[in-house]
Design a protein around this ligand. Structure first.
Ligand SMILES: C[S@@+](CC[C@H](N)C(=O)[O-])C[C@H]1O[C@@H](n2cnc3c(N)ncnc32)[C@H](O)[C@@H]1O
Length: 271
């Protein structure tokens, strides 16, 4: 059964506000793979589990048409309301039943989403909708990112790790696929021509408030919030206070840099 953890209105708002799109290094891994595989034509890309569309939009300049799909109506509504490009559209549907004809799609992507799917059924759908020599790129970032600011990066990262250790108690078991660096996703890929790229690290500037917002957008935090609202809110408030105290600043708008490790499973369908 599909896991429906991203649909409360406030959760969708956090998503729209605090989730970042794939940054430079992850994009480079994906797009250089498409170049290596000489992906052409580039008529249609489908981004599955697109959430509020922040990752879908990075495909707009390279494909004639981009369709973001998600099982959540609330996420798709938020995606439609966000600023976008004329060749990008969105549809509500499960990853395991994609509304595209056999052999009609040039690229299927999923950013921070494939671990939530029924992977064997999803892979069957990818294989069905991709045209010969079409490509697949399934990526995610890990929750164990580090926080960098002047000479206190080590301490800030320790504080973040302590907070995340508590949040992990509320993680769905599917998060284990992320912890396992998408090995299971790779193993279940039906393509002979496949590759798993690990240790991609992107450096993303954020304010302290945005780091806290990002934590709030995580499904495990939302589960904690439903189970014990006071403890959940207090954890993030204390985390923010500890960050600011360690940095010796008063404003939560102070900029830090987070270093986010990512993994990407790539595949190319045969003739
Ligand atoms: C962590 S979010 C990632 C959103 C976006 N791709 C991004 O880069 O931030 C995971 C998304 O997958 C969607 N999702 C989970 N299970 C799904 C399924 N079986 N079919 C389609 N979408 C699904 C959720 O609704 C959610 O929007």
């Amino acid at each position: 059964m599909a896991v429906r953890l991203f649909e409360a209105r406030q959760h969708v708002e956090f998503y729209q506000k605090y989730r970042f799109s794939p940054a430079e290094n992850l994009q480079r891994v994906i797009f250089s793979y498409l170049e290596e595989k000489k992906l052409a034509p580039t008529r249609l890309a489908v981004d599955v589990g697109c959430g509020s569309g922040q990752s879908t939009r990075i495909l707009a300049a390279r494909f004639e048409e981009v369709v973001g799909t998600d099982i959540s109506e609330a996420q798709i509504q938020a995606a439609k309301e966000a600023a976008s490009f004329p060749n990008v559209s969105y549809r509500v549907c499960p990853a395991e039943e994609l509304p595209f004809e056999d052999g009609s799609v040039d690229l299927v992507t999923a950013f921070a989403a494939a671990h939530w799917f029924d992977i064997p059924r999803f892979m069957k759908e990818v294989d069905r909708v991709l045209r010969p020599h079409g490509c697949m790129a399934l990526s995610t970032y890990f929750p164990n990112f580090s926080v960098h600011y002047k000479d206190c990066s080590e301490r800030l990262t320790e504080i973040l790790t302590e907070t995340q250790d508590l949040l992990f108690e509320y993680a769905d078991e599917k998060v284990n696929r992320v912890i396992g660096e998408y090995k299971e996703v790779f193993d279940l890929s039906p393509f002979q021509d496949k590759r798993r790229v690990t240790q991609i690290i992107d450096k993303i500037p954020m304010s302290v408030a945005e780091v806290i917002g990002f934590l709030q957008s995580m499904s495990m935090y939302q589960t904690f919030l439903r189970s014990d609202p006071e403890a959940a809110k207090s954890l993030l408030q204390k985390t923010e206070e500890r960050f600011l105290e360690t940095m010796g600043v008063g404003s939560k708008e102070t900029q830090v840099e987070i270093w986010v490790p990512c993994v990407c499973v790539l595949g190319c369908k045969g003739p």
